[in-house]
Design a protein around this ligand. Structure first.
Ligand SMILES: [Zn+2]
Length: 515
């Protein structure tokens, strides 16, 4: 059996998904979960892209020791310096440098000749190996590049010291046969290929990212780059969980295995979905809510007689258990702490105390509290701007008007510590809330997206609201959780505003630094 290394790029490529902006605490929590899942490498970010990204990558590298932490860099000294500075304290840190190799990218984006691109690629790898021997080099847009040019440049970057060579299908253009063929072509013609591992990185524009990733293994790839839930630029990346399960279920075909703890898949998928606000479609392979639902009578009958009739994946394999212990009113601190540990929730004393308090409040209102509820409560504590720098909801009162006009009265605490209140009407309760919050803020808010989800299926389920807003020239997302949809809506909007305020303040600092 061959070993396939899993390079997760949820925190870099995945974070580039439209509308996603993760808070540093959320990124760290996802990183810890990826470590638990057992990925071989996690790409934590692109440190040269912003001060915030740099700090977040650094924090992840300082925490994560069981897998390699990688950082992305363009082929410049500045980028490579920033990448190394951010990851150097991590376990087995990896610098990932890239440059485009396709005619269209070289000519129109880089405005460089192929010879200049080769030179720059070699220089950047040589520079990076001064810091570490763990250097990955990527040929951006490899699938639209000339294969013989790839042979030349790959040979040279391996000579310069690259130990992993990634051949991305950046624009999601390749078919499985072509992609496998490209890997085979390079394996056969690059003379020093035994000194490096080949890696695949696929985008899903044609819905082929997972198929292409799997095909690359047949072509000789030993590392697959992918993201949780397949999130990423445009149509997204190859989905980690689909690749992992395909390799596990069809082991005989691929003759390869990963080092992943498959039973962490569901939890990882839900955590990423919760923090990014990107919902997993119910029909999604492996992690969709319907992936194990049998609807037709014939199927149900078959599954009852023998599960294998219509089910090729055991739900327990990916960590879906139906016999989860449910907590309630009488569950004490000890049982609650055990449950949190089982769910992999990061806890320091202060956080545990707060979480337990919220849990107790919930048990006052409901008989049973599920794993999903606890994860939602924990997620609600992560990444919130608390204290003096943030807007905070103090009270909310909504009067629903059957004739179409609802009235909201809201009190908030401003970042300056003032208490302000206001009332406004709207064509519905949510609109009334948003009109009122708008009155409380000096600058206009434009609501771009609004979505409600429930944590469980019961009528007493917690409501989770996601919003995307434009405010002070920035786009930001926010989430709110509450027993009531209206409370969750108000909290989500204030959360988005608070996150945008962080960006505005960071921008102001940057502007002053640039003088
Ligand atoms: Zn990508």
């Amino acid at each position: 059996m061959g070993k396939i290394e899993i390079f997760d790029t949820t925190l870099r490529d995945g974070e580039q998904s439209a509308g996603v902006n993760l808070h540093a605490d959320e990124k760290l929590e996802i990183a810890c979960q990826l470590e638990r899942l057992g990925v071989d490498v996690m790409e934590a970010g692109f440190p040269a892209s912003s001060r915030g990204d740099f700090l977040s990558v650094q924090r992840i590298a300082r925490t994560i020791q069981k897998c390699s932490v990688a950082a992305l860099a363009r082929s410049t000294k500045n980028d490579i310096d920033a990448a190394w500075e951010a990851i150097k304290e991590g376990g087995n840190p990896r610098i990932h440098v890239f440059i485009a190799t396709s005619p269209i990218h070289m000519e129109h984006k880089l405005r460089m000749t192929p010879e200049q691109v080769v030179q720059k690629a070699v220089e950047s790898v040589r520079y990076a190996v001064n810091f570490t021997s763990n250097v990955e080099w990527s040929a951006e847009d490899a699938t639209r590049s000339d294969w013989d040019f790839l042979v030349e440049i790959v040979t040279k970057v391996i000579d310069a010291g690259a130990t992993v060579v990634n051949l991305p299908d950046t624009v999601g253009y390749a078919t499985p046969q072509e992609y496998a063929g490209m890997f085979r072509y390079l394996r056969e013609r690059v003379p020093n290929i035994h000194r490096a591992k080949l890696s695949a990185h696929c985008h899903d524009d044609l819905g082929l990212a997972v198929a292409n990733s799997l095909a690359s293994i047949e072509g000789g790839a030993e590392q697959i780059e992918c993201t949780i839930n397949g999130i990423g630029e445009r149509a997204g990346n190859a989905s980690l969980e689909e690749i992992a399960i395909a390799l596990a279920i069809r082991k005989q075909v691929y003759q390869a295995e990963t080092g992943l703890e498959l039973n962490q898949i569901v939890r990882t998928s839900r955590l990423v979905s919760k923090y990014t606000g990107l919902a997993v479609p119910p029909n999604k392979a492996v992690v969709g809510a319907n992936a194990f639902a049998h609807e037709s009578g014939i199927h149900q009958d078959g599954v009852l007689k023998n599960k294998l009739t219509y089910e090729i994946i055991r739900p327990e394999m990916i960590g879906l258990s139906s016999n989860a212990i449910v907590l309630g009113k009488h569950s004490g601190r000890h049982a609650f702490r055990n449950k949190c540990e089982e769910l992999g929730i990061q806890l320091d004393d202060e956080r545990f105390h707060l979480l337990f308090k919220h849990f107790k409040e919930l048990t006052e209102k409901r008989k049973e509290v599920t794993d999903e509820d606890i994860m939602a409560l924990a997620a609600d504590l992560t990444g919130k701007e608390k204290g003096t720098d943030a807007y905070e909801l103090v009270f909310l009162q909504v009067h629903y008007g059957a004739q179409g006009v609802s009235t909201a009265t809201i009190g908030i605490k401003t970042p300056e510590g003032e208490f302000v209140q206001e009332a406004a009407t709207g064509n519905g309760s949510v609109e009334a809330i948003y009109q009122t919050i708008q009155r409380l803020l000096p600058e206009p808010i434009e609501l771009m997206d609004y979505r409600i989800q429930s944590t469980t299926s019961g009528i007493d389920s917690l409501a989770e609201v996601y919003v995307k807003v434009k405010h002070q020239g920035h786009v930001g997302t926010g989430r709110g959780i509450d027993n009531d949809v209206l409370g969750a809506s108000a909290k989500a909007l204030l959360d988005a505003i608070n996150r945008i305020m962080v960006k505005v303040r960071a921008g102001a600092v940057l502007a002053t630094n640039h003088h």
